[in-house]
Ligand binder design. Structure first.
Ligand SMILES: Nc1ncnc2c1ncn2[C@@H]1O[C@H](COP(=O)(O)OP(=O)(O)O)[C@@H](O)[C@H]1O
Ligand SMILES: Cc1cn([C@H]2C[C@H](O)[C@@H](COP(=O)(O)OP(=O)(O)O)O2)c(=O)[nH]c1=O
Length: 216
């Protein structure tokens, strides 16, 4: 938990390697939470990283399409995040709204740390600098075997810079995500995303019911 005051909203992040099915489930979760919050006059704020603010979306465009030094990439991810926290996440949580973010810092550990090999100590320093007192209340980690993710990606869209990476890269990202899930089991819930969309939604419904009990 990030805060003990009753009126503060909750922060949920979505994570997983590209093609795991994360985007497919965000609208479902947002609608479910919004329906539960309506009676209190609270809202769901859906956002994403990199991005989520006007500046962050410009950084996203660069990050997803330009080649750059690994450390530049990590710094820009955290620059986008800093803006996102200041403009969207913290104000939303303080209003009592629930904030749902398509990716947060676990993605930097997975992609820049695991995938690209940036020293974990540097990632931890950035995390401490940018959000020393903020963590998601819940992180949903959509996990699938690499071949399943690749087949889904190839069938669904034109690939960006990250999505064009090779199997080894995604294997390292996935390992780092799973390492983080083992390190923070109270925050990160691993969802078996090789199941059908209906089965996954049933699992998500159960997880949300538990989290939503706190506002009943
Ligand atoms: N559980 C699932 N079973 C079958 N196909 C899925 C499942 N989840 C997602 N997909 C499909 O896989 C593709 C990639 O899903 P998406 O949600 O965009 O992944 P991500 O956001 O994790 O990159 C989409 O075409 C989506 O419809
Ligand atoms: C937030 C974040 C994203 N990324 C990468 C992961 C994704 O490949 C990409 C964009 O994420 P995403 O929005 O999930 O892509 P899409 O809209 O195509 O589903 O940015 C990082 O490398 N580090 C980060 O810190």
């Amino acid at each position: 938990m990030t805060d003990s005051t009753a009126s503060r909203g909750k922060f949920i992040s979505f994570e997983g390697i590209d093609g795991a099915g994360k985007s497919t489930h965000i609208a479902f979760v947002a609608a479910r939470v919004a329906a539960a919050l309506e009676a209190q006059g609270k809202r769901v704020v859906s956002s994403r990283e990199p991005g989520g603010t006007a500046l962050g979306e410009k950084l996203r465009e660069l990050l997803l399409h330009e080649k750059m030094h690994l450390e530049t990439e990590a710094l820009l991810m955290f620059a986008s995040r800093r803006e996102h926290i200041a403009q969207v996440i913290e104000p939303g949580l303080q209003r009592g709204d629930w904030v749902i973010s398509d990716r947060f810092t676990d993605a930097s550990f997975a992609y820049q740390g695991g995938g690209r090999g940036l020293d974990r100590a540097k990632m931890e320093a950035l995390e401490q600098w940018v959000h020393p007192h903020l963590q998601p209340d819940l992180t949903l980690l959509f996990d699938v075997p690499l071949d399943v993710a690749r087949a889904r990606l190839d069938a669904s869209r034109t690939l960006d810079k990250f999505e064009q990476e090779k199997t080894d890269f995604f294997a390292a990202c996935r390992n780092e995500y799973l390492r983080r899930a083992a390190q923070f089991p109270e925050r990160i819930v691993v969802i078996d995303s090789s199941k059908s969309i209906a089965e996954i939604q049933a699992t998500l419904g159960g997880i949300l019911d538990q989290l939503l009990q706190v506002i009943d």
